[in-house]
Every structure is written in C-alpha cells, then in structure tokens.
Write a new protein. Structure first.
Length: 478
C-alpha cells in the first residue's frame, strides 16, 4: 500500500523516492516498467504534481529512471555497460574458418520449439502482421498478372522511389535509379563485396563483426582484418588508420550505424571522418545500415553514403530488421560501382520477388511503415532494459553487459572460465538458443562472450530462460 506520512520530517519528494525504491527492492517494479504518470502518482499519494515531479527528476539525475518524450518515465537497469574492452589492438589479416561452428549454431537456433534468444529478429518484438497482410491484399486485388512476373533486375521503380524519399527525410538526396533492390541485406553485402574485391584481398571489419560478413569473406577466399571497436561509439578510427598504414586493405565492411552484436552507434562526425580517411586512400567502404532505423534515441544516424565525395561508399540496407525478414527485400546503393553491382545482381539472382516489393511499396506509401517503426523502437528499448535487468539478477556479478543504443541484442562478457560453445550446447539441451561469441570473429577472440536477442514480445518464458542460462553460467564459472 503506497502511503506518505505527513507527520514525518522527511521531505515529501524523498518519501516518494523511498516508496519507489521499496517497490524496486520488492521486485514489483523492474527495469523497463513505466512509472505512473505525474498526475496519477499525485492522485494516488494525495500530494502535489510538482512534488512528484521533483522526486522523478531526482531519480532521473541518479540514473534510476528515464524520461521519454510523450511516453512517460521508465525504470532503468541498475548498472550498465560494464564491458570495458572488446576487440583487438593489433590484429593480422586472418583466414576465416568459422563455417563449422556457424553450421552447428544455425542448426541449433532453428530447431523448432527452442527459446529463440539466438536469432536477431527485431521486428518480431512488435510484428506488423495485420498491416502488411492488408497491404499485400490491396496489391493482389489490383495487380492482376503483373505481380506474378519478373521484377526488373534493379527492382520495382515504385519501391526505389519510396526508399529515395525516406533518404530525403534523413537529409540526403538519392536518385531512385542509383538503388538496386536485393534479396535482403545479405545479398546486398555479397554483391558489394564482389564488386570491390577479389580472392586473397584484405577486408577490414569491426571486432566483433556480424557473422554473415565473416561467412562471405570465407566463401570468397578473402582475408579478414579485425579492427578494435568501442562498445559504445563503434569502430575506432585511430585503430583503423593505423591498420591502413601497416596492411594493404582492399575494402572496409562496417556496420557503421548500429553494430551487431555490440549495439554501439558511431556519431555522424565519426562517420564523416571515416569516409574522409578511406576516400583519401581510394578505399571503398561497404556500410551495413540494416539497423539504421532502429536507433532508440535521437535522430537516425546519417548513412556514411551522405559524406561520400568520390562515390566509394556502398550502402547495404534491408526491410528484414524493421518489417519482414521472410520477404527477403533489401537494397544496395553502390555509388560508383553501380554497373558492376547490377551485373552481379543479374548473374546471382536475376531479380528479387515482385509481390513482396509491391507490398512494401504500398506499405511505405500508406504511412503504415512509419507508424509501425514508432511502435517498434520503444518496445525494443524497453526489452533491452528488461533483459539487462534479468541478466543482472541471474548471471554472476562479474558479467559484462553492453548498453545497446539500438537494434535488438545484448553482448555479454562471461567469467573467463566459461566456454560459450559449451554453454551453447548446454543451453540447447535446455531448449534455449544463444549465439556463442566466436561466431563474431575470425580469430577466436570471444570464447567467453555470448549474444542474446530480445527481439520478441517480453514473456515469462524469456525471463525463465535467462534464469536457466544464468544457472548454467554459474556452474561453468565455478
Ligand atoms: C548486421 C546485419 N547485416 C545484414 C544482415 C542480413 O540481413 P537480411 O536478413 O536482410 O539479409 C543481418 C541479419 O541478421 C545483420 O544482422
């Protein structure tokens, strides 16, 4: 029962703080929960709104709650980002041989019935099923035979116009004719890499890096050069600059907006510096921007593309993380590599599915896509806080936890004794999938790291899954 004691000498606002602290200790309130509005709290406690505001401001100053415009006040996780260092200072170009491990991991995470903490699937945290189905029905009702046909190699013009229009809203002018629609972001990355590099070339990438990039480098017989990456601000431009002095780097492939698995976001200024550095040496940058729309706070990061003067930036993006991974629709803005990319697209897959492209055109044009993103992003942010709190509760106290600024995954540094491949096997036995750290590196750097996904509606089952995982980690750490 919430009550304020007016006879006490303690300030009323500090009593409000004590009440909230008590609820937190009891577990009634948890990270990610919304506090009652100022008005509701003042009605409930029969005190003035300014008094409640003073309490909330003080809690915000202490980092215990966060005010979100038009949404209210939310409980924050207690400790954040104890990841001190990740990545490597001086790496050598390395052959990638991660396929065996990745094969095993994918077989595990796609097993029916497992708790899917392994797959990064942010849009499923608040699926757009109804509105997308409606858009597809509208398209089918008027498309007649056309939707069954081949799309143009470079994609449906209406969709390219919608994508270009979105870029305009983010502050960059893109000609729709410069866009190539692909089968998801992965095909965009594959085309971009083959347009700029050959077998035995050295490709610089973040450490840790998205496993799909490592698999591409492996299958094309290239070498990976891992660059130190800050868990908060993204790839270190100084480390990259040093690496360029020492190694003959043919291209860079970076998730320069939101890194997967770190959730780090580099600043626009840092991305501008990155493009200047690379273009001054005529090195192409393949930027993976599939998470660009899923940044929690502030404006969307400007794609590095917008800072390019020489056309050496190739931007890869996708609707997989924001709307529907099963549609397999992504795109590539290949800059000066348009012709080579268009030829590769035709050679690799002829064109992408037309019905899904037409559906997305309709979905974007109707405004439903923007409305969906407005709902999805706060859900992801809230899930991040909940999963952080659950890890804090059930994992050993010396577990390092990332503080993602976007996307849908947490990156955890477990106690040194824990081997994440063994943890993966044990977790699958318990019906839980996770991603072991070594799939994010060419050099076996992340043996005691794992990635957990929170791209699902939050549930008791997830909470229990984290508790089971925490127990397994404790056993292995002892
Ligand atoms: C960083 C990153 N880039 C690219 C992709 C591939 O995206 P798509 O599913 O559109 O092929 C993924 C998917 O997991 C990803 O996490």
């Amino acid at each position: 029962m919430l009550a304020i004691d007016r006879s006490e000498s303690t300030f009323l606002y500090s009593q409000v703080i004590d009440l909230i602290d008590e609820q937190l200790r009891a577990g009634t309130l948890r990270a990610g929960d919304r506090l009652p509005s100022l008005r509701r709290m003042s009605d409930k406690l029969e005190i003035s709104i300014p008094t409640v505001r003073q309490a909330y401001l003080e809690l915000e100053r202490r980092g215990r709650i966060e005010a979100r415009p038009k949404s209210g006040y939310f409980i924050q996780p207690k400790r954040q980002n104890r990841l001190v260092k990740v990545g490597c200072k001086t790496c050598q170009p390395t052959e990638v041989s991660c396929r065996n491990l990745i094969d095993r991991v994918y077989a595990g995470i796609h097993k029916p019935g497992v708790l899917p903490l392994g797959i990064a699937n942010p849009c499923m945290a608040s699926p757009a099923t109804k509105t997308l189905h409606r858009a597809m029905k509208r398209v089918m009702s008027r498309a007649e035979d056309r939707s069954l046909n081949y799309a143009p190699t470079e994609g449906e013009p209406g969709l390219k116009r919608q994508i270009a229009y979105r870029y305009l809203n983010h502050g960059g002018a893109v000609d729709p004719a410069e866009i190539i629609i692909t089968n998801g972001g992965q095909e965009a990355l594959a085309i971009a890499l083959q347009a700029v590099a050959r077998r035995d070339d050295v490709i610089a990438l973040e450490s840790p890096a998205y496993p799909g990039m490592l698999e591409l480098i492996e299958s094309l017989g290239m070498l990976a050069l891992e660059i130190e990456t800050c868990p908060v601000d993204g790839v270190s431009i100084d480390a990259l600059s040093e690496a360029l002095e020492t190694h003959d780097v043919r291209a860079c492939m970076l998730s320069s907006s939101v890194n997967n698995p770190l959730g780090s976001v580099s600043s626009d200024a840092s991305r501008e510096r990155l493009v200047q550095l690379l273009e001054s040496r005529d090195i192409p940058l393949i930027e993976d921007d599939v998470y660009g729309e899923l940044v929690y706070d502030g404006p969307r990061p400007k794609p590095a593309q917008f800072f390019s003067r020489k056309g050496l930036v190739l931007t890869c993006a996708s609707f997989s993380k924001t709307a529907a991974p099963g549609y397999r629709v992504g795109w590539l803005l290949p800059g000066r590599y348009f012709e080579a990319s268009s030829k590769l697209k035709r050679a690799l897959s002829c064109s992408s599915g037309l019905l899904t492209q037409m559906t997305l055109t309709e979905y974007l044009a109707s405004g439903d896509y923007d409305r969906h993103l407005k709902r999805l992003v706060p859900v992801l942010k809230q899930n991040a806080a909940r999963m952080t709190a659950a890890v804090e509760q059930y994992f050993p106290a010396n577990t390092g936890i990332s503080a993602p600024k976007g996307g849908s995954v947490l990156w955890l540094e477990l106690p040194r004794k824990v081997n994440s491949e063994k943890l993966f096997d044990a977790a699958i036995e318990h019906g839980i999938s996770i991603m072991p750290g070594d799939v994010f590196t060419a050099g076996r750097r992340y043996r005691n790291f794992i990635r957990l996904s929170y791209g699902h509606p939050w549930s008791e089952a997830i909470e229990q899954g984290i508790e089971v995982l925490g127990g397994l980690v404790r056993e292995m750490a002892d």
